[in-house]
Design a protein around this ligand. Structure first.
Ligand code: BES
Ligand code: MN
Ligand code: ZN
Length: 524
């Protein structure tokens, strides 16, 4: 029996829930409407009103205050206005306005209002409402004076993204969900906000796509179903999609990646998604994602606690998918290719073993010291392939090491690079969108730690500097091209909720990649 036959018979055994998952279209959750009526007259369940710490700047509150019989003045005099960034006050039973419920949202002082604090205040505000279904929520677009360096258009885009993020949680399989989509979001402004609404929705929906893929369990999300989902999305958004099955991956000599998949009943896939928004001569950026749909550790088996959340180990792949869908929908004038390296790291009689020597696509031989250091084995071949396809600049995203979480904590990604200018661009894109990341060194001295005894390199570098030695391993496969590796093991998936985000998948990285695509029109 050829391996091909074996794999395809497995494909037929996917149960119907998997097929449903794989063929799903990106559901547009949010119905967003523009409303030019005065806020005081707007009728709906909740009227959301942003408030500055500086009372003199709150001119948009005057009409609301008057029509509500001085409600806001009384709150201010009692010291009850929530003016600090991210603080909220829910007021019910309001009379005199079209809406009987107000949600006052503090933005703090305009001078220090950042993208991150604005996003967090708005997402917290929406999360606080979406425990009930079918709400009509109006959001008042505040005057530029209270937004500091942000514009009303940026406010609207942030609000629409926040409404999307705040209305879906990780409880996708609960009979009674904790979060519900809005009936509609009404953007209340006398200006035309259409482009900002569109942008906000595209970003929010892309992040929710990433989150959904990460939050769904490995029983549904495996290399085959993710690849199928990619091809459905590619049709929907005009991307070119190429799916590499096992025989093709063998023909491409991707034996490092294939070794990881050997223990699984589900075959490996690589997905290549092309978006061409610029002329062919302009520079070509590759986004590479680690897509280990479940990481049991393989024969170096993880203990239960460490394995529990390992459905999240394809977050890098889900992030590059979300990003390229958003880039395509925004029609950015760039050329981007996303590569998803999809495998399941499992235990069986066919698993790859400790001591095995793998030959990667570029001929580098790898000693397997630990089958749980599998992400780098997958990325090795995918990075090589991207380079061979003519990628001029590369960013990879991977839930690669626990060591990175030890170094930087759960909220911050590690940045590793061979090129200061390109990493500077990635870091500045992240800063613009308010995603925290921080660089760690990739000096030559770390190469010693992964030098092989039997082959060229080992797949682990021992106890010290674990996030860095993983990055140094990857660097062997980028052919000297400008490359940035983002270790998102911390921020991709969160064990507990915060006021401003759900627990589970976060969608971290999507906004940075979209921003990077927008800014990388500036060529190196
Ligand atoms: N997927 C894990 C890394 C991870 C840990 C992601 C925690 C998200 C949260 C990765 O494949 C892994 O197992 N890494 C090992 C590497 C070690 C064996 C060298 C680790 O970090 O322990
Ligand atoms: Mn692992
Ligand atoms: Zn892993």
């Amino acid at each position: 029996m050829s391996r091909q036959l074996f794999w395809s018979s497995r494909d037929d055994q996917m149960d119907s829930s998997c097929l449903f998952f794989a063929n799903r279209k990106l559901k547009l959750l949010m119905n967003v409407k523009a409303s030019s009526a005065p806020a005081a007259n707007w009728m709906g369940h909740w009227l959301m009103v942003p408030i500055s710490e500086n009372p003199l700047l709150n001119s948009h509150l005057e009409a609301l205050d008057q029509e509500s019989g001085g409600l806001l003045t009384r709150l201010r005099e009692a010291g009850d206005l929530p003016t600090k960034a991210g603080s909220l006050l829910h007021v019910k039973g309001v009379t005199g306005l079209g809406a009987s419920r107000l949600l006052l949202v503090g933005l703090g002082a305009p001078e220090v209002l950042s993208t991150q604090s604005l996003d967090r205040a708005l997402t917290a505000a929406f999360r606080s409402l979406t425990d009930k279904p079918n709400l009509d929520v109006g959001v008042v677009v505040p005057p530029a004076a209270i937004l500091g360096s942000k514009t009303p258009l940026e406010f609207v885009s942030a609000a629409v993204t926040a409404a999307n993020l705040g209305s879906v949680g990780q409880d996708l399989y609960r009979t009674e969900r904790a979060r519900h989509p809005l009936a509609a979001l009404h953007v209340i402004s006398s200006e035309n906000m259409a482009s900002a609404i569109e942008r906000g929705a595209i970003l929010g929906e892309a992040m929710n796509l990433t989150r959904e893929l990460v939050n769904r369990p490995a029983q549904e999300v495996n290399p085959v179903t993710v690849a199928d989902r990619c091809s459905a999305l590619a049709v929907e958004y005009g991307l070119t999609c190429e799916i590499f099955d096992v025989p093709r991956l063998e023909a491409e000599r991707m034996h490092s990646m294939l070794a990881v998949a050997k223990g699984s009943a589900v075959p490996a896939r690589m997905v290549k998604l092309d978006y061409r928004g610029a002329k062919e001569s302009s520079s070509h950026v590759a986004l590479v994602g680690k897509g280990v749909t479940f990481d049991s550790g393989g024969l170096s088996l993880k203990p239960t606690d460490g394995m529990l959340t390992m459905k999240c180990d394809m977050a890098g792949a889900a992030t590059v998918l979300g990003a390229i869908v958003a880039i395509a929908r925004l029609k950015l004038p760039v050329n981007v290719t996303a590569y998803l390296g999809l495998v399941e790291n499992m235990v069986s009689g066919t698993s790859y073993k400790l001591g095995d020597i793998l030959t990667a696509r570029n001929g580098v031989t790898i000693e397997v010291l630990n089958t749980d250091a599998e992400g780098r084995l997958v990325l090795a071949d995918v990075l090589c392939y991207a380079v061979d396809q003519g990628a001029e600049k590369i960013v990879d995203l991977a839930t690669l090491t626990g060591a990175c979480v030890v170094a930087l904590g759960e909220e911050v990604a590690g940045v590793f690079s061979n090129h200061d200018e390109w990493s500077g661009q990635v870091i500045s894109a992240a800063k613009t969108v308010g995603e925290d990341m921080w660089p760690l060194p990739t000096w030559d001295l770390y190469d010693d730690l992964i030098k092989g005894d039997v082959g060229d390199i080992k797949n682990t570098g021992g106890r010290w500097g674990g996030a860095i030695t993983a990055a140094k391993f990857l660097q062997r496969f980028v052919g000297g091209k400008p490359w940035v590796h983002l270790d998102i093991a911390g921020p991709a998936f969160q064990s507990s909720a915060k006021a401003w985000r759900e627990a589970g998948a976060t969608g971290y990285g999507v906004r940075t990649l979209v921003q990077l695509a927008e800014s990388s029109v500036i060529d190196l």
